[in-house]
Design a protein around this ligand. Sequence first.
Ligand code: UDP
Length: 469
Amino acid sequence: AGMEPAAHVLVFPWPLQGHINCMHHLATALLDAGLHVTFLHTHHNLRRLATKPAPALSQPRLRLLSIPDGLPEDHPRSVAHLNDLMDSMRTTGSAAYRALLLASSSNKDGHPPVTCVIADGVMAFAVDVAEEVGVPAIAFRTASACSFLTYLSVRRLVELGEFPFPSDQPVSGVPGMEGFLRRRDLPRAPRPAGSATDDCGVDPMLLNMGECTVHSGEARALILNTSASMEGPALAQIAPHMRDVFSVGPLHVAAGTGTKSTAPTASLWREDDGCMAWLDGQQDRSVVYVSLGSLTVISEEQLAEFLSGLAATGYAFLWVLRPDMVAGGTTTSLAAVKTLVGEKQARVVHWAPQRDVLRHPAVGCFLTHAGWNSTLEAAYEGVPMVCWTFFGDQLINSRFVDTVWRTGVDIKDVCDKAVVEKAVREAMESAEIRAAAQAMARQLRLDVADGGSSSSEIKRLVAFIRDLL
Ligand code: UDP
């Protein structure tokens, strides 16, 4: 207001669902604080968004823009092709982003000039380009602090020969995690569905993640979607390597006032709400919710093994089966579910309103790939987890769930009916796990409430952004 120059943040997520979601929540928090926000999508995703700008976001201080991601329209953009996306964003995407930033240095359609960029730390170029054209840049990594710290240690892990070999041997190359971290908990590159577990070398993608993690130290600050109560020790190890660190999570609730349980989202799939009425008809804590996130691809054999493990528990389950989730198609898989358990005991949806599902009293545990957004959403609702992991930070998140927070069971990539059955029973029935999950949920509610650590960090971040003017 008045003569004060307005702070205007350009928010630029890595164009995948999990990243868009929490950058979207951060954008909401910045708008709530009175800042102007430009949210930068790719053309492809902006066309695809199933939920158009949510009501809370359709307001004059918000602008949605998009740039090309450089891939042909019919490119799958799936997990097997993430390197293509990485490369084309670094070239075509980067050039368009630079042009857009240069054009945003003047007032445009009622919006003041962009004064700061918050860029996904996975795209190191986004920080460099902004600073080159004179716009200060903050890095945002959408993963856990424990995985960020692990990526920060990649060079050392490679030197020590601890990376990335899956075994039970303890790892010494990540500070503060000696004693419980094993080689099999370190990040791994995505592999084709159902491939052998010991088939992994030092993948260029992992090295690149290590490099861009180190690079975040060059940005004005680092934002992490976590809270000090959950990841204090990892945050303390990260701090000396960054210029400043803001731990503002869990953003899906911190972005609101802490009393608001659902912040608006930007979904690339249409949510099937039909499962909520089905949940209403189930008894409290009697349903296993199964979702492996937006990227995971599994084989028919893996699906069959997990289904029979689940069926053996006798619990009802709600399974999210994305249309592109089973290698080779889903027709036979869907038929398999129905013949195995019938409609009453199992419900299959393409995409669920996940945060509403996790909050529903019928849900007793969450069989998850331990993606960081899913992990935070379950933690906030106090829902015990069974972690079946695939790649990247999921492997370390799941170790923390099992061994540090004790809010669930980590089965890693073991695909075995008996193991699934035992783990699901434990997560559904263990009083200790449920108590730990609920204690964490209570703490997170304090963190995001007024005066709590994460809500104070958001205020500090807003002041930091205004100070860049
Ligand atoms: N999600 C959802 N409906 C589904 C499955 C997932 O809304 O049926 C959301 C989920 O709430 C989370 C995001 O998609 O916010 C997945 O992010 P995560 O980091 O867990 O995993 P990724 O998809 O990045 O592997």
